[in-house]
Design a binder for this molecule. Sequence first.
Ligand SMILES: [Zn+2]
Length: 414
Amino acid sequence: MKKFFYQCSNCGKHYQRDEVRYLCPLCARDYRPGVPLIGVLSARFDYGAIRKQFRKEKPDWNLFSAVEEKFFPPFPVGNTPFFQSVALGKETGFDDVWLKNDGLNPSASLKDRASFLVVAEANRLGEKTIVAASTGNAASALAAVCAAAGKRALIFVPANAPKAKLAQMILYGATVVPVRGTYDDAFRLSLEYTAKRGGLNRNTAYHPLTIEGKKTVGLEIWQQNHWRVPDVILVPTGDGVIISGVHKAFCDLKAAGLISRLPRLVCVQAEKSNAIDHYVVSGIYENAVNPDTIADSISVSIPSNAHLARQAILDSGGFSITVSDAEILAGQRMLAAKTGVFAEPASSAVVAALKKLRGSRRIGRRDQVVLLITGHGLKDVESALHGLRLPSAVSPTLAAVEAALKARARKEPS
Ligand SMILES: [Zn+2]
């Protein structure tokens, strides 16, 4: 039997594992969709026991898991590459730049981590249907894990979600309901649905194990970084759950006495989807009006986890920054050309942010900086094609090839 309890991030009240399912019942009594979630729950482990049992030579990550291994779905996630990019460091003006490429998860986004743990919880509870609202990646991740686990996924997505993500969900066998509206509309609908019809709701932050699942990326970074804590981690931020998950990883490690400091977390948002950025900078929460960005994965008016995300950023000594769509697309091209990593626009925002931070002194030139890549570029090829010119075809002769290459070299002197 797992030893952990839930603590309300708002009032601090403790709950036993099966006493609550989603939000703190006291704090969320008056919650209505249309504002960030109130009373998000956080899992608290027996950190003294972890300290005694954890061995770096043979790390048992189940000590940090809120669901027992026997309930895990047959869908391996994580263990994605973590590596330094000297070329990207040179290009952005920092000495020690690293990538954590979570776009290489099975459904091509970090969201596989959260879906994996929620489906494990559904196995434990005997729930057959899992419901979620998503901008696309969480839904395709849930659909994939449900396919592997023999569960039904019911998914609400904005009708304008990128086609590759819709194709993934449908192919994995999910029941997909495109909604004529925004992600916020899809979020509200999915809550109404599970309140009336049941099933386990996987909405991000609403189900506390979404944060726990995403936490594993932080634990992995620590291990892959040879048990060192990076100085700074840049995180693409929409709803604010990934950044809270990364923070939770290092808070758990610190509580267990395994590390002594936290990495500074930098929240990266799109200029036109900046509710958390505005909240961090001004201390005042306001919904983002008409979030409109090419980075669909971080496009949100009412970030569900705004309160915890702000706490995580401030507690870590980090800060927040926004980037424009043009900067995001330039970041995407730079990342691809310098590292061979093709990331979706949301993830490319962290490259744009690092480029913008050059010379600002908000990050030290020698700091170890980690860029968290959360989704693969092939999920949204249409966006990547913005501003790219596809070369025209040539006749199949060497003379034609040479003429075309010469003409191109004249146009693009390198
Ligand atoms: Zn509470």
